[in-house]
Design a binder for this molecule. Structure first.
Ligand code: ATP
Length: 235
């Protein structure tokens, strides 16, 4: 087991975002987190990255209890995060945005190698390497956001709603990249509102509702589940 979240509670003041969430992600898997707006998907991913204060619960990664670790230490350990909304630095170039993603790397050479791999994966970013991020299209910014997370050579990639607002053709492209990354050995935990695509990439999934895990199962079980079909697949 690579990641284990146990009995996680998160609140923002009076708003309870997560209520006793338990999930497990095994090495090599793609796991989908499904749920409506406000269900708690981002809160769960951000808790795993160490970006929100949790009330109670335990987060274990690769056998270690990382519950109180700082985000950068989790990044060093191999957890990468692609935040919702492709947050890139608009006034920095593509290359500079990537360098920031590699800032935890001990050697310049490692940064250069990681950037090379990102450019192989996203040739368009290589073409645009000297352009400011603000001049990229939505899809290109999304790729830059993934590329930046890859600069730290993550073993586990947490991906938050990256297809939001993208045209269907870009959605397909982004999923194909995620599939490639998984084939290359990266484990992926994916919050996604494109449930059909998410369940075709993922082997397993969890359905979050009002901060609780409502359902879990293989992608096939979830696809065939009547409640999932009705609420998320529009069937
Ligand atoms: P979305 O897809 O809309 O991002 P989500 O499933 O990712 O939804 P979260 O963003 O985790 O859900 O939100 C869970 C609940 O916590 C929601 O009720 C949301 O309004 C609330 N919430 C999230 N972040 C904060 C915050 N910083 N302050 C106050 N409430 C918050």
């Amino acid at each position: 087991m690579l990641l284990e979240v146990q009995n996680l509670y998160v609140s923002y003041g009076k708003i309870k975002a997560l209520w006793g969430v338990n999930i497990v992600v095994n090495k090599g898997e793609v796991v989908a987190l499904i749920g409506a707006n406000g269900a708690g998907k981002s809160s769960l991913l951000r808790s795993i990255m160490g970006l929100v204060r949790i009330e109670t619960g335990t987060i274990r990664y690769d056998g270690r209890n990382i519950t109180s670790w700082k985000p950068w230490d989790r990044a060093r350990l191999g957890i990468g995060f692609v935040p919702e909304g492709a947050r890139t630095f608009p006034d920095l170039t593509v290359e500079e945005n990537l360098i920031i993603g590699g800032v935890l790397s001990p050697h310049k050479r490692a940064v250069a190698n990681a950037m090379q791999r990102v450019f192989e994966l996203f040739p368009i970013l290589k073409e645009r390497r000297t352009q400011l991020a603000r001049t990229l299209s939505g899809g290109e910014r999304q790729m830059l956001s993934i590329g930046r997370a890859l600069m730290s050579n993550p073993t586990l990639l947490l991906v938050d709603e990256i297809t939001l607002g993208l045209m269907p053709i870009m959605v397909a492209q982004v999923f194909s990249v995620l599939c490639q990354l998984n084939s290359a050995g990266i484990t992926i935990l994916l919050a996604e509102q494109n449930v059909r695509e998410a369940l075709s990439l993922a082997g397993r999934g969890y359905v979050l509702e009002n901060g609780r895990i409502k359902l879990e199962g293989s992608a096939q079980e979830l696809r065939e589940n009547e409640a999932v079909k009705k609420a998320y697949l529009g069937i």
